[in-house]
Design a protein around this ligand. Sequence first.
Ligand SMILES: [Zn+2]
Length: 265
Amino acid sequence: MNSNFIEVNHDNRSYLCLKRLSELGIKNGFTRRSGGVSHGKIEGLNFGFRVGDNPDAVRQNYELLANDIGFDVSRIVCARQQHTDNIRIVTEADCGKGVIVVDSDICDTDGLITNISDIPLVVFTADCVPLLFCDPVNRVVAATHAGWRGTAQKIGKKTVQLMKSEFGCKPQNIIAAIGPSIGACCFEVDRDTAENFDKKYNIPKLNGKFHVDLWAVNKDDMIDEGINPENIYVSDECTICNSDKYYSYRTHKEHTGRQVAVISL
Ligand SMILES: [Zn+2]
């Protein structure tokens, strides 16, 4: 584990938090699988309502998360993610969408931004790359789901662009975290998928496949937008190498739950 992150434990639940954000009073965390009340094949701390879990168990898991990290469960906002590059500016009227109101109008959306305090923004992943952003000066936070499709569509870069255009954020003030997700060690794809990314991110393998470094693509896109490399923190935890600790779609196939990344002003 990267030393810029701290592991926070509550009972048998374990979260990775970016130390720098926590020190600034910004509530943040990347969840792991252990603990939680979900049973069966997706046993653990599952946050996906659409993976065959009992909705009451998922709700209870959100309550555990809210208590552990310290925010109001009824104000969480999350989207129905679809591997798009659509980003929503979250307002007070959105509070509760995705958890209290599971079928909300936040569809086809993979990034959330707000400048309102006490609105926890949540994105789900199970190998895809979760990105958290915070401008502590203008007080703006964002959570973005960047799978390979979202990364290819530059959703991380677009999140930063919106933070600048909608809220006047200066990129040199932005702190970003790239959370636990599939690493270049395990993200093996065929040539067609690899060709969505610049050659420098593709490692050719003897079997004709390629390993793609999605963390590096996302980091470089942030640097392109003016974020200081020193303010970008990569957790360095691969969800496949650590599939005992995380839900992993590639490892557990369709029988997998979802972890979340959360951030709140
Ligand atoms: Zn790996």
